[in-house]
Design a protein around this ligand. Sequence first.
Ligand SMILES: Nc1ncnc2c1ncn2[C@@H]1O[C@H](COP(=O)(O)OP(=O)(O)OP(=O)(O)O)[C@@H](O)[C@H]1O
Length: 296
Amino acid sequence: MDVVLEADRLGKRYGNNWALRDCSLRLPAGRIAALVGPNGAGKSTLLHLAVGLLRPDAGTVRVFGESPYDNRGSLADIGFVAQDTPLYRDFTAAELVTAGAKLNQRWDGDLARNRLAQLGIPPDRPVGKLSGGQRAQVALALALAKRPRLLLLDEPVASLDPLARREFLQSLMGSVADAGTTVLLSSHLLADLERVCDYLIVLNAARVQLLGAADDIVADHRRLVGPRHDGGPIGGVAAVVRASHTDRQSTLLVRTDGPITDPSWTVREVALEDLILAYLADVDSTTSHSAWGVPA
Ligand SMILES: Nc1ncnc2c1ncn2[C@@H]1O[C@H](COP(=O)(O)OP(=O)(O)OP(=O)(O)O)[C@@H](O)[C@H]1O
């Protein structure tokens, strides 16, 4: 398995607070991976570490086998669109495409121009005067023109309307599928991600909560409904992710390590979105509340 991005106990700290902690993961080549987590979970931090904009305070991150902070050469293979799609606002889209040719070793200006023409984005208007969604499309076109082997996108669809979002993701998938590009994209829009991503990284409170191929993750989890559970072991259950109880009944979302054969449980599959939400809800929120002097 070719690994494009590899983190080993990676950490980044601001003052006493860890923005990302003990993050270990391997992103296989050719995957379209979703990076999911609530506000402040550490998603942008991980992406910035992966593109060498931040230096790790603990552990390591390697992209194509190199540390991106220490080895700027690997950046030629990485395309990055930051959260606020920073662009030179006084430049037109056409000027940015031309500038890209001067700034990059590998540059497919025609790809960017064709893409922007198809989307009806005016080439001669300063990008500061485009809509937020149009600017996001310009930023993506520029990133794709680099013909990157790894494309990192920080909330690329946040500023797009639902139709534009769907078109953006479809066209992104079309563009990267042909080139075999590996993509890591952060978003809060779980339903969108479920449609386009085949790999999942869930971050919460600076730590990785769930990681792996989306199909495997779905295959490894089940919802069990049965008589009130006393907390004892259940055959085939490796861990209980979430539990809710009434007086007589328990509903458990579990990670399995084998078939669940106990007939007292009704066993159902769980949709990926529900699974992600369960893992996001599983973290204690004491820290964030107490920082405001508010009891959790
Ligand atoms: N420059 C900085 N100085 C201090 N703290 C920072 C800095 N950048 C990020 N943080 C903190 O690090 C944590 C992780 O932030 P990060 O931006 O990586 O989260 P995120 O998951 O991308 O959030 P969002 O979904 O809101 O974009 C947060 O608690 C944030 O306040």
